[in-house]
Design a protein around this ligand. Structure first.
Ligand code: AMP
Ligand code: GLY
Length: 427
């Protein structure tokens, strides 16, 4: 079997790691693999968004299954293109990927389907947006509707900050086309949960929920990032809560997409907030989350490949379930100094020999091999995942291992899972 992975970050390294365990004899390919993926697959020198060339390459190389990591190629129709050529591919079509690519579309869909989410209005006109903010007051949340690499949402504690945010989005086009339309919504309070469902468009297999850490600094301080660490399972995510997420969020959203003529196949990621009034959707993503994937997949005991291949080949997931291993996983991201702002690349990375074990996996994100030397090539450089029988052990192991990885400017959060730790300490 020949499997192509599109993308080269920490999430894609985790997908490669898991699929390789599921199919040790398969041949793996990846687009511009990072320094950790390189030893486990053959490189394809094409950009993930070069959809035309990729579909041609996959056809010429008789690829049996393509798994798409990032949202950008999905939003530009990679799945439609592969399907048109009869190539099995895991991911949503361009029309279904709008659930992430257009927040205005996602919000309208949720409203129509009765899926609980923050109250909102969409605007393309600055004066209208300003008047709405003044009328509603703060705190309030301003979001670019289009894809903005995780930077398009601004939680505004004051009216002034909200006015500044809409002026830079609609007035100065800070996010370009992605911010020509904006969503202004009610600010919700509560803990966030990332829930992944592998879906054939009608049935879903929900994987173990995880919690991300978006702020760059300990204690959830500083600017937002792509995610500085994650853990799973989250004790708040009881079987009863997962059942409610299925009934209130996944089932009606999938039904509404199908009714729109855009059935969603692939991985639907619901970013939930657990508010005092119940579950609310913060956002949907049309792909696996990063770094949540680096804890969710190591905890998945049953085959991911079986689920993904079934969906890619147009089969049904009716009656399927995921089997999860016992214990906990924690991942700590080691980032380059300056991230999420500007940072240096090309720094030599030292990972001590013997650090990596069966229960300690170093997933590479922004790394590359240069003349056989491992160097930094991005802001989030590595994600260090520890598996253990209990959450505190996994957290301690992940943190200790992250601290042993060295490159100039390296830093990491030392409190991944602090909410879970606090919960465990009070119960
Ligand atoms: P998003 O890009 O929509 O995932 O938003 C990024 C982050 O902003 C989320 O993970 C939340 O922490 C925060 N956020 C987004 N929308 C809201 C909201 N309506 N209320 C409170 N926080 C929000
Ligand atoms: N960790 C957040 C995301 O993948 O969108």
């Amino acid at each position: 079997m020949r499997i192509l992975i599109v993308g080269n970050g920490g999430r894609e390294h985790a997908l490669l790691w898991k699929l390789k365990r599921d199919a040790p004899n398969a041949e793996f390919f990846a687009t511009r693999p990072n320094g950790g993926m390189a030893a486990h697959c053959q490189p394809v020198a094409l950009a993930p968004t070069d959809v035309e060339a990729l579909s041609g390459w996959a056809a010429a190389h008789r690829v049996d299954l393509t798994v798409v990591g990032p949202e950008a190629p999905l939003a530009s129709g990679i799945v439609d293109r592969f399907r048109a050529k009869g190539l099995p591919v895991f991911g949503p079509t361009k029309a279904a990927a709008r659930i992430e690519a257009s927040k205005a579309f996602a919000k309208d869909l949720m409203r129509g389907a009765g899926v609980p989410t923050a109250e909102y209005r969409t605007f393309t006109n600055l004066e209208g947006a300003e008047a709405f903010i003044r009328e509603r007051g703060a705190p309030i949340v301003v979001k670019a509707s289009g894809l903005a690499a995780g930077k398009g949402a601004v939680v505004c504690p004051t009216v002034e900050e909200a006015l500044t945010a809409v002026r830079s989005m609609l007035g100065e086009l800070e996010f370009g086309e992605a911010g020509r339309e904006i969503v202004i919504e009610e600010c919700m309070q509560g803990e966030e949960l990332s829930v992944f469902a592998v879906t054939d468009g009608a049935h879903c297999v929900i994987l173990v929920p995880a919690q991300d850490h978006k702020r760059v600094g300990d204690g959830d301080t500083g600017p937002n990032t792509g995610g500085m660490g994650a853990y799973a399972p989250v004790s708040l995510a009881t079987p009863e809560l997962i059942e409610r997420a299925h009934a209130q969020v996944f089932a009606p959203t999938l039904a509404a997409l199908a009714k729109e003529g855009a059935p969603f196949t692939g991985l639907l990621y619901a970013g939930l907030m657990l508010t005092p009034d119940g579950i609310r959707v913060v956002e949907f993503n049309c792909r696996f989350g990063d770094p949540e994937t680096q804890v969710v997949l190591p905890l998945l005991e049953s085959s991911l490949l079986e689920l993904i291949a079934t969906v890619a080949e147009g089969g049904s997931l009716a009656g399927r379930r995921a089997r999860q291993r016992a214990g906990a996983a924690v991942t700590t991201v080691v980032a380059a100094g300056g991230y999420p702002g500007t940072y240096e690349k090309g720094r030599s990375i030292d990972i001590p020999l013997g650090l990596e074990r069966d229960d300690l996996i170093v997933f590479h994100a922004g790394t590359e091999l240069r003349d056989g030397r491992l160097v930094t090539a991005g802001g989030r450089v590595l994600a260090v995942t520890a598996l253990a029988d209990t959450f505190p052990r996994a957290a301690d192991e992940s943190r200790a291992a992250a601290a042993r990885i060295a490159f100039e400017g390296a830093f990491h959060r030392t409190d991944i899972g602090w909410r879970e730790r606090a919960r465990l300490e009070t119960t």
